[in-house]
Design a protein around this ligand. Structure first.
Ligand code: ATP
Ligand code: RIB
Length: 292
């Protein structure tokens, strides 16, 4: 079982040919409202791949809150740890243009996910093989969850996105840290190779279309990305993390797990929306066979 402690948003997505410059108005060509949020996305990525996933998050007592929870349930995620709080659900305002995106997140209910919510799911954490965290919820809650997982002895995969609020003293309680290149630079403030060598088999850096890399204690392992046609990269990192978690829980070694995660993420960018292209286990297997 995997427990995800994180954010759940409604994504308000606008597609446009060109991003507007400051003070400029441009016409868009698509608008859609789709579920998102890094926590919920990672939970759904793992669940689509067959994971037994439990979500811990806060949604508002608004229409978005209801549809965020419905969507988690439709994806076979256990929602015992989903709390409904007074106020608006989190939203992300997403501008899409030519496969690139610009995102503003308004946390809303996500900012009310407190240490007391973590206490409420302690039994669930004890039964988990892995806990996944990101940084779209209050940092004191992340710190509290890390301490609880460490005390219980449950491994943690922390995706430091967005990188704000990450502190290096969190590292001892993290089993796997999965920044992208920019986040890695922001967190460690040093050359990527140097950072990788400090955390063998624990620091996994995603490299967009190039795949991902880590250091195994002796050599730098670069796991190539899969060739694909990009429609929307929103949620690529989340798919990578959910798939990596599921692969680890299934017992794959790290190199195989990263390759599996790359394959899953390459499929996710082929469709619109953060969760729209998240693949099933069979689809990932087919991608792995196609490009072996
Ligand atoms: P995002 O914020 O767009 O969700 P990210 O910045 O967290 O992603 P990236 O390193 O850009 O993380 O991408 C995560 C993973 O997604 C990569 O390691 C890779 O496996 C896959 N990926 C991303 N972009 C592409 C692409 N264009 N083609 C194939 N795979 C991709
Ligand atoms: O990682 C993508 C996600 O970031 C989007 O779904 C959006 O909600 C923001 O949280």
């Amino acid at each position: 079982m995997i427990t995800v402690i994180g954010s759940a948003n409604m994504d308000l997505v606008v597609g446009t040919e060109n991003f507007p410059n400051q003070g400029e108005t441009v016409l868009g060509n698509v608008f859609d409202t789709v579920p998102g949020g890094k926590g919920a996305n990672q939970a759904i990525a793992a669940a689509r791949l067959g994971g037994d996933v439990h979500m811990v998050c806060c949604v508002g007592n608004d229409l978005f809150g209801t549809s965020i929870t419905d969507n988690l349930q439709k994806n076979a995620i256990d929602c015992t740890g989903v709390a409904q709080v007074e106020g608006a659900s989190g939203i992300a305002n997403i501008l899409l243009s030519e496969g690139d995106n610009r995102i503003i997140v308004v946390p809303g209910a996500n900012s009310l996910l407190l240490p007391s919510h973590i206490d409420e799911v302690e039994e669930q954490i004890k039964k988990s093989k892995l806990v996944i965290l990101q940084l779209e919820i209050p940092i004191p809650t992340v710190v509290y969850a890390l301490a609880k997982c460490q005390a219980i002895g449950v491994p943690v995969l922390l995706n430091p996105a967005p990188a704000r609020g990450f502190e290096l003293d969190m590292m001892p309680s993290i089993t796997y840290l999965t920044p992208n290149e920019t986040e890695c630079e922001q967190i460690f403030g040093m050359d990527m190779v140097e950072a990788l060598e400090k955390y063998p088999n624990r620091l996994i850096i995603t490299l967009g279309s190039e795949g991902a890399r880590y250091f195994d204690g002796e050599r730098h392992v670069i796991v190539d990305g899969f060739k694909t046609t990009v429609v929307d990269t929103t949620g690529a990192g989340d798919t990578f993390n959910g798939a990596l978690a599921q692969a680890i829980v299934l017992g794959m070694d790290l190199e195989k797990a990263v390759r599996f995660a790359n394959a899953a993420a390459s499929l996710s960018v082929e469709k619109f929306g953060a969760q729209g292209g998240m693949p099933t286990f069979k689809e990932v297997q087919e991608r792995l066979e196609e490009q072996s």
